[in-house]
Design a protein around this ligand. Structure first.
Ligand code: KG4
Ligand code: ZN
Length: 380
């Protein structure tokens, strides 16, 4: 069974083709035949965040060529495809509609079932892509570890738009345990990075600067002391806006801001002394990672779950995976990470979630595709 996946919920236009062996819900994980991602980072970086109107316009330009490239890379045509999976939400509505309209057109023209996929369930399914267990004789994909997680497991999805904990009982049995009350962790990374003039998105840059600090290449620099928002009475929830504000206050107190700017505070870049940038990056990363590590460990133990998966753009963070690996050994749950190329938004993870649903429920369950609507706030 060949499944075409389409993703356009934020600022990546993506298409992928996956091959699923026949079977009923179980069986070998799918094979990724193609995975095309066109990023719009260059368009949005100068604004310090994604501009919805610009994103949707670019999606319109890219969606057809990206789908064609996905099919070509897989050496397949539309005649070979058995089903289409598309992100229906959550995300920017004007962006979602572009992918959804393209997916409806393909399904209509070829009489194919169309599966509307929740973007977060896509991230959870990034763990089932090219992620064979080394102990099963498979080579782990570069950057991946632990193999696909067993059921049940705890899924921690951390990205620019989400910081969520899920109890995953099966491919289509997912229960939300908690999430952020304000900013997503990636959003907080991006905003503090933008406020220091480090560009957008800035998570990977802050991670790299923290690495520089840790390797001893910044003698005399101390990590900025920042609060750890543990929310003791709400163990499954997160809050990152206080941490972000503490950084902004530090920058203001030290007059690292241009006060005459009409831009919002986080988008007012000012040249900082290198030591200050390293100190903020190190302090922020240590605080954010400590909170995430404690909460993930606490939740896994409280829910009595034997395995934890980490996905979303922030899964690429080097300190987070290191700390979780240490904690997994101490606490006795296994840790599962996707291959790095599937951490950030892509269509292979959407095709994966959609393909498992199609294999389980059959094509007839997905014939009412004209009824499918974009849902920008769809909760999993
Ligand atoms: O999953 P993703 O591609 O898009 C969303 O759905 O948001 O995640 C992008 C986010 C951005 O906020 C980016 O700054 C963050 O992931 N990110 C990182 C790292 N690499 C990407 N955050 C911390 N450390 C990293 N190494
Ligand atoms: Zn995402």
């Amino acid at each position: 069974m060949y499944v075409l996946g389409i993703e356009s919920s934020c600022d990546e236009t993506a298409a992928a083709v996956l091959f699923f062996e026949d079977g009923n819900g179980v069986g070998a994980p799918p094979r990724v035949l193609s995975n095309v991602v066109a990023s719009q980072e260059d368009i949005h970086s100068r604004f310090g965040g994604v501009v919805p109107e610009l994103a949707s316009r670019r999606h319109v330009e890219l969606i057809d060529p990206v789908i064609q490239a996905g099919l070509k890379d897989a050496s397949l045509g539309l005649d070979d495809i058995d089903g289409v999976a598309v992100t229906r939400g959550p995300g920017l509505v004007v962006s979602l509609l572009v992918g959804l309209s393209a997916a409806k057109a393909v399904s209509w023209a070829r009489d194919l079932p169309l599966i509307g996929v929740n973007h977060l369930n896509g991230h959870i399914h990034s763990l089932y892509l090219d992620n064979p267990l080394p102990s099963n004789g498979g080579e782990a994909a570069p950057g991946a570890s632990g193999g696909p997680p067993p059921f049940p497991h705890l899924a921690f999805v951390a990205s620019g738009g989400h910081t969520d904990l899920y109890r995953v009982e099966g491919h289509d049995e997912v229960r939300h345990l908690g999430g952020t009350l304000d900013d997503a962790v990636g959003e907080a990374y991006d905003k503090i990075a933008a406020s220091m003039g480090l560009g957008y998105p800035g998570g990977a840059t802050v991670d790299r600067l923290h690495g520089e600090f840790r390797s001893g290449r910044a003698p005399g620099v101390e990590p900025l002391e920042l609060p750890r928002p543990f929310l003791k009475d709400r163990p499954y929830q997160f809050s990152f806006s206080g941490l972000k504000t503490a950084v902004l206050n530090y920058l203001k107190e030290n007059a690292y801001y241009r006060s005459d700017s009409s831009l919002p505070p986080w988008a007012r870049p000012q040249k900082l002394p290198r030591e200050a940038v390293l100190s903020v990056a190190a302090g922020f990363q240590e605080a954010a990672v400590e909170v995430m590590t404690e909460k993930v460990d606490w939740t896994a133990r409280a829910e009595n779950l034997p395995a934890v998966s980490l996905s979303g753009g922030v899964a690429a963070n080097s300190l987070l995976s290191e700390r979780l690996r240490e904690r997994s050994e101490a606490s006795g749950w296994s840790l599962h990470l996707p291959a790095r190329r599937y951490c950030t938004d892509n269509a292979a993870m959407i095709a994966c979630a959609g393909g498992y649903a199609l294999r389980k429920n059959g094509a007839d369950a997905y014939r009412d595709f004209l009824e499918i609507d974009a849902d920008p706030a769809w909760e999993l």
